[in-house]
Design a protein around this ligand. Structure first.
Ligand code: ADE
Length: 425
C-alpha cells in the first residue's frame, strides 16, 4: 500500500492496522522511561532541527519511540526496515498514520524490495544515518559517493555493523564519522545479553512451543548474545553446549559451566541449535548430516548467512510450513530438520525482538549519538567513535532513577585515595 498525495510517502502492509499498532506502541512506552525523558527534552530543545535523517532499524514498537524522539527533535526522519522479516506491520501503519513518519517496511518483503527501500532512504539525502547492520552506510559508500558531502555521520546499532564499519575504515572508504552505539556499556551489556537471551528463546518457544527443560541446546558463538542465550536457556533447564572459535571466549564458556566442543561433535547431540556468531555457514552440510531426526535450527545473528540453508535445500525432497515461521525440511536421507524464521533473526521473525526495557537504553544511546553528531559537526574525523562515557553513564543513571534504585557515591576521602598512587601497603 502506498501514500496518497496528502500523506507522507510510505510503503507498508496495511494502513488499517494503525489502531492496533498505536496501542502496542503506547504499551512499550511504559518500559522506556529514559527515552521518554530524552523525547521530552528534544521536543523542547529541537537539537536535530533541519537535519534529514534515515533510520534503518527493525520496525518495532521500541523503534517507534526512537522515531518519535527524532521527529520531536526536529529531524526530517524516514524509517526503513533493517531486515526483511522483522517489521511489525501494525507499528509501521501507526507511525505513518498517527505520527506522520514515512516508513518503508513490510514484514516478509523480498530482498529486491528491501534493497529498493535502502535506495529510497538514500534518495531522502540524509545528513545522519542510524544503521542496524550497516546496509545503508555500505550502499552509500559503494553506490552514492556524490552524497557523502551531505553526511554529518552515521550511528551503528549492532556488532555486525561495527565489524563492517571497521572493514570500511581499513579499506580507506569510511570518509565520515561513525558512532559505535553497540559498544556503549548501556547497550551491549543489556541489549545483546539480556535482550537476545530472552527474546531468542521467546522466538523459539512461540514458533515451536517446545519445552526447553531437558533439551540439549547448542549455542554457536559466546559473544554477548551467545552468553545471554546460554545463560537463559540454562535457567530454563536446557543442557547447554557452546561452540566457539575464540579460545578466550571458549574458556569463559567452560568456566560459566557449559560444555564446549566443535560443531562437528555437537551436531549429533543437539536437539536445538542457535547461531549467534556473525559469521557465515556455521552450520553446514556435514553438520546437518550428523544431526538427529527432527533437530531444530535457528539463528539470532544479524544476517541470515549463519546456517547454510541453500545446501540444506539441495538435500530436501520437500519443505513444508508446519507452523508459522517453522519449516520442516524433509531430506533424501529420510530425516527431517526444522528451520525457524527462514534462518533470519528468530527473535524478531517469530517474536517481538528485545523487550522494551533494554531497547530503552539502546535507543537512548542512538538518540544522544545523533545529538552528539550535530553538536560536533565539522569537528569529528572520519573514524569510528565510541559513545562518550558521560553519555553512557548518564543513561545508566537515568535508568536506575526510573527503577527507583539508589547507589552510593564516593566520599571525599575515597576520591583522594583513588586519585593517588602514594598510599600502598
Ligand atoms: N533489535 C532487537 N530487538 C529489537 C527491538 N525490539 N526493536 C528494535 N531493534 C531490535
Amino acid at each position: 500500500m502506498t501514500a496518497t498525495a496528502t500523506q507522507p510517502k510510505y510503503e507498508i502492509k496495511d494502513i488499517n492496522l494503525a489502531a492496533k499498532g498505536k496501542q502496542r506502541i503506547e504499551w512499550a512506552g511504559r518500559e522506556m522511561p529514559v527515552l521518554r525523558q530524552i523525547q521530552e527534552r528534544f521536543a523542547a530543545e529541537k537539537p536535530l532541527a533541519g537535519i534529514r535523517l534515515v533510520a534503518c532499524c527493525h520496525v518495532t514498537t521500541e523503534t517507534a519511540h526512537l522515531a518519535i524522539a527524532l521527529r520531536n527533535a526536529g529531524a526530517d526522519a524516514l524509517l526503513i526496515a533493517s531486515n526483511p522479516l522483522s517489521t511489525q506491520d501494525d507499528v509501521a501503519a501507526s507511525l505513518v498514520s498517527d505520527y506522520g513518519i514515512p516508513v518503508y517496511a513490510i514484514k516478509g518483503e523480498d530482498n529486491d524490495t528491501y534493497h529498493r527501500h535502502v535506495n529510497i532512504a538514500l534518495d531522502h539525502k540524509p545528513n545522519i544515518i542510524i544503521d542496524d547492520g550497516s546496509d545503508v552506510t555500505a550502499t552509500l559508500v559503494k553506490e552514492r559517493q556524490s552524497q557523502i558531502s551531505d553526511i554529518i555521520g552515521t550511528t551503528e546499532e549492532t556488532t555486525t555493523g561495527i565489524v563492517r564499519l571497521q572493514a570500511m575504515l581499513k579499506d580507506g572508504v569510511l570518509t565520515f564519522p561513525a558512532i559505535n552505539v553497540n559498544d556503549a556499556d548501556t547497550k551491549h551489556f543489556f541489549d545483546n545479553r539480556y535482550g537476545t537471551g530472552q527474546s531468542t528463546l521467546d522466538g523459539v518457544i512461540r514458533a515451536t512451543n517446545i519445552l526447553l527443560a531437558g533439551k540439549t541446546l547448542v549455542v554457536a558463538g559466546y559473544g554477548w548474545c551467545g552468553k545471554g542465550v546460554a545463560m537463559r536457556a540454562s535457567g530454563l533447564g536446557a543442557n547447554v553446549i557452546v561452540t566457539e572459535i575464540d579460545p578466550t571466549k571458549a574458556i569463559e564458556a567452560v568456566m560459566d559451566g557449559f560444555r564446549v566442543m566443535p560443531m562437528a561433535e555437537a551436531a549429533s547431540q543437539g536437539d536445538l541449535f542457535i547461531t549467534v556468531t556473525g559469521n557465515k555457514h556455521v552450520i553446514r552440510p556435514e553438520h546437518f548430516a550428523a544431526m538427529k531426526d527432527g533437530a531444530i535450527v535457528c539463528n539470532s545473528g544479524h544476517f541470515d548467512i549463519e546456517i547454510d540453508l541453500q545446501s540444506l535445500g539441495q538435500e530436501a525432497t520437500e519443505v513444508k510450513e508446519v507452523r508459522p515461521f517453522t519449516q520442516q525440511y524433509c531430506l533424501k536421507s529420510g530425516k527431517s530438520i526444522i528451520v525457524l524464521g527462514e534462518g533470519r533473526l528468530v527473535n524478531l521473525a517469530a517474536a517481538e525482538g528485545h523487550p522494551s526495557a533494554v531497547m530503552d537504553m539502546s535507543f537512548a544511546n542512538q538518540a544522544l549519538a545523533c545529538e552528539y553528531l550535530v553538536k560536533n559537526k565539522g569537528q569529528l574525523e572520519p573514524k569510528i567513535y565510541n559513545i562518550p562515557t558521560e553519555i553512557d553513564k548518564e543513561i545508566a543513571r537515568l535508568k536506575l532513577q526510573a527503577m527507583g534504585i539508589k547507589i552510593d557515591s564516593l566520599t571525599a576521602d575515597q576520591i583522594e585515595y583513588i586519585n593517588s598512587w602514594t598510599a600502598g601497603t
